[in-house]
Each structure stands twice: as C-alpha cells, then as structure tokens.
Design a protein around this ligand. Structure first.
Ligand SMILES: Cc1cc2nc3c(=O)[nH]c(=O)nc-3n(C[C@H](O)[C@H](O)[C@H](O)COP(=O)(O)O)c2cc1C
Length: 459
C-alpha cells in the first residue's frame, strides 16, 4: 500500500515523531511511506499552489494517510493548523474523502488527547475513515516493548485499511449559525478602577462576529481597554520548535520581530486579558495558534498568574467540547481566572449584550483581589506532568523552568512529606492487626472528616 505521511513538525527531517514513521517504514518494506513536510514548508504551500497541489494529488492517489505531528500548546503547531485550513479554503476535501487514516504524535502527554481529538474531528469533517490515535512519550521508541507496541498499532492500521473495515463517524458535522450580531448601546458602562485591560482580537477572515463582540465589550469599558488586532502584531512566523528558549527564555526570534516585546510589555503587564476570535475548523484560527505557540518562549512557566481572562468566540463552541476544554485548561495552567466565555451562538443580540455586560463586570471586580479559582484535574494534572518532566529528563534543556520551579516551590513531591511517610508506615503496620483493622474501618468516616470539621467550626 502507499501511505502518505503528513509530517506536522516544524523541524521537518529532524522531527522526533518522524523517527517512529521511519522505523515503521523499515519494518514494513512491502508498503511505501511517502513523507511530506507540510508544517516546515507551510510558507511555500501557502504561496505556491502547485506545491500544495502536489501534496493533495499524492493524498488523492494514496491508500491511506498518516497524520504525524508533535504536540504544540494542547494541539498541533500553527503551521500544521494552517495546512488544515488550506485544505478547506482551497476546496481540496475530496482528495481526503474515504481515505483510511490514523494520527501519530509524540509529546510529554500534556493534553495529547485534545490534539488527537482535534485531528480526529478534522478527519471526520474530511469524510476520512479514522482508525485510531497513537500517542507515545517522546523517547518511547528507545524501549523495545514500546517499539513492539508501535508496530502492533501500525500493523492494525495497515490491516484495517487493506480490509476496508467499517468506521463510524465520531464527531458530528458542525452547524455554523448564519447570524450577524449588532451590539446594542452599552447601557451599563463598567468602572475599570485603573485596571489595565488588553483585548486581543483576531482579524483573520472570515472572522464572523469577532469584531462586533470585541467592540461590544470594549464599549462597556468606556474606551479604557486597549484593543489590538492580532494581524497588526509583528509576528514573522510560527514557533520553530528549536527549544533555544529553554536555557534563559530567549527565543530564536528575539530582535527579529515584535512578538516577544509585545508579549512582555502588553500581555504580561495587563490585569485583564481578553482573547477574541472566530472558530476555524475545530479550533480558533492558525493566527491565534501562532500567538499561543510563540508564547512558548516562556516555556513551562505560567505568565498570566492572578489575571482575569476571558474569551469572546464567534462560532459553534457549544458543538466543540474539545475546544472548550482547551480554553479552560489554558486558564488553569496559566493560574489565571477564566472569568467567562461569551459566544454568539444564541443568535439573540439582547442576550449577547447582557452576557457581555456581565462579563465586563466579572472581569473587573475579581481583578481587585487577583482572584483565581483552585485548579481542577486539568491544571493539577498538567502541572504535575511539567513538574516531573522538568525535574527529570527535560531539566538540562529547560533550565529556566528548573530555576522557576525551585524558587516557587513547585517541586512538591509527596515523598518529601516525612510526616505523611511516618504516619503511613505506622498505620499500615497497625491495620495488619485484625482487631485494629476492624475498629479502623468502623471509625474511618468520622476520622476522615475530623480535622477539616474542626477548621470549619473554629477558624
Ligand atoms: C512550542 C511547543 C509547544 C509544545 N507543547 C506541548 C504540549 O502542549 N504538550 C506536550 O505534551 N508536549 C508539548 N511540546 C513538546 C513536543 O510535543 C515534543 O517535544 C515532541 O516530541 C516534538 O516532536 P517533533 O520533534 O516531531 O517536533 C511542545 C513543544 C514545543 C516546542
């Protein structure tokens, strides 16, 4: 069979993920793996329609397609995202329809599931036949057990494609409402109390009601919000994945474009940051993705601690729970307060006006105290992955993270809790005695609530 591999790493041949493909190609010599570095060559594919058509024609002639990509900021990188946008913009969907497909990523398992959900949904939108996701940790291929596991996946993928097994669509098609929002007068302007408000809006077309939503919110702040169009920020290109930022947070683009200064001077210094954009396929635009990817010069440290943030979204967010999870997780690992998400989905201008007014209030009031809610699984789990990776294998590459994690007490490994270790050893020994065990199980519910009950009743 002829397998077309769409390589989604900006590093092209130097991609870690691609080594999994090369390994599989060597082990299955009866099949041909044709690799296209679509993320690395995105500029050419955008400008040169012939180069883009060459990729699409290869897909059209293929028996199966493999999406091979690194995780970038809970999704694929902006360059790969742009390639996906081009498929739809240039009406190339037919080349993908009916093709068997699978997705392969490498990562540190930080929101790898949201990236694969995204690709799976895109495959469904392209009428492809999706056979599954494979998401190893970066260097799993170095372990023999993991190599066997990967080959089993590839074998099943090739077999499924050869036998043309039935595949169910998992993500229903999106319905984009055809509604034009015209905001009413800002009936209830909000006193910003000197807070710095930054409203970032995506000017990439089609932007739906992004502009109107941003205007409506800005009007509530009586001109006190600084509104910046993403297209006006001097961003020369997407993150290259070089990781030069790891040592001292100095990006390879430093001095070459305006993004780093913009992020340091405007985003980090704002009290309130609002992100406005329209849905493009199953995420925001690739321009927004480029913005988030480039903010990786801060590596694995939060940059919006205690800030109030919000999203204004034009498009069917309610039909894309994966995207909502990404936006929520973003707020959590940034240690910010996600004050709200307002969309235009209700298609009711009065309701949207009211939601925007309430959002303006919500953004300004908690800002006085720098309120941020406790993290859920998304933030807690994500932070622990970062902690373990930065403490472990990634430390010499991400030295500035290591310094930050040490200074901010993020190396909170439970094994350092000597009190808990002593108590566990003692209690585990005691509960081996049958009579103690019986009594222990009887009093457990009361004992568990006792310390916190005392706090609740006395503090
Ligand atoms: C800008 C950037 C963002 C990243 N974001 C994530 C992420 O959200 N989750 C994750 O698990 N790994 C993340 N990574 C790690 C890469 O996914 C990982 O290093 C991958 O193996 C690189 O693959 P490649 O060499 O094929 O490009 C990120 C790396 C970079 C440079």
């Amino acid at each position: 069979m002829n397998i077309v591999v769409l390589n989604g790493s900006p590093k092209g041949e130097l991609s870690v993920t691609l080594q999994y493909v090369r390994f599989a190609a060597r082990k299955f010599p009866e099949h041909t793996f044709t690799i296209f570095p679509v993320a690395q060559t995105i500029r050419k594919l955008e400008k040169d329609e012939k180069a883009f058509d060459d990729v699409i024609n290869a897909v059209r002639a293929a028996d199966a397609v493999l999406w091979s990509f690194p995780l970038y900021f809970l999704l694929v990188c902006s360059q790969y995202k742009r390639f996906i946008e081009l498929i739809f913009e240039r009406n190339a969907q037919a080349a993908f329809a009916g093709k068997y497909t699978a997705s392969l990523s490498t990562s540190i398992h930080f929101f790898d599931h949201t990236a694969h959900n995204y690709i799976h949904a895109v495959c469904d939108d392209l009428a492809m036949r999706y056979l599954g996701a494979y998401s190893p940790a970066m260097f799993d291929l170095m372990k023999s057990k993991e190599r066997s596991r990967w080959l089993s996946f590839v074998e099943r993928f090739l077999d499924g494609a050869a036998r043309r097994v039935p595949c169910a669509r998992v993500y229903p098609p999106l319905a984009f409402p055809d509604f034009i929002y015209t905001p009413g007068p800002a009936a209830h302007p909000v006193d910003t109390a000197g807070k710095k408000i930054l409203l970032l809006k995506d000017g990439r077309q089609p932007s739906g009601n992004t502009e109107a939503l941003a205007d409506a919110l800005a009007a509530r702040f009586q001109g006190a919000a600084e509104v910046v169009n993403l297209m006006d920020i001097d961003i020369k290109g997407g993150c290259l994945g070089c990781c030069k930022c790891g040592l001292d947070n100095v990006c390879d683009y430093q001095g070459k474009d305006g993004f780093i200064d913009f992020y340091n001077e405007k985003v980090k210094k704002a009290d309130v940051v609002v992100f406005a954009g329209a849905i493009h396929d199953r995420y925001l635009s690739s321009r927004w993705k480029m913005f988030f990817d480039r903010s990786f010069f801060n590596t694995h440290t939060p940059t919006l601690i205690g800030k109030q943030i919000a999203f204004l979204i034009s498009g069917p967010l309610g039909q894309i729970s994966n995207l909502r999870q990404i936006l929520t997780a973003f707020g959590e690992f940034q240690e910010a307060n996600l004050a709200g998400i307002v969309t235009d989905e209700s298609a009711d201008p009065t309701e949207i006006d009211a939601l925007v007014t309430e959002l303006a209030d919500a953004l300004v009031h908690p800002a006085a105290s720098g309120y941020a809610p406790p993290m859920t699984f998304l933030g807690v789990g994500g932070r622990r992955i970062f902690r373990d990776e930065v403490y472990g294998m990634l430390r010499f590459v991400f030295q500035s993270d290591h310094r930050y994690y040490k200074q901010h007490g993020l190396y909170d490994f439970p094994q350092k809790n000597y009190k808990a270790r002593r108590m566990n050893a003692f209690m585990m020994l005691l509960t081996r005695i049958p009579s103690v065990r019986k009594k222990f199980l009887k009093i457990l519910p009361q004992q568990m609530v006792k310390p916190i009950k005392t706090v609740a009743e006395t503090r």
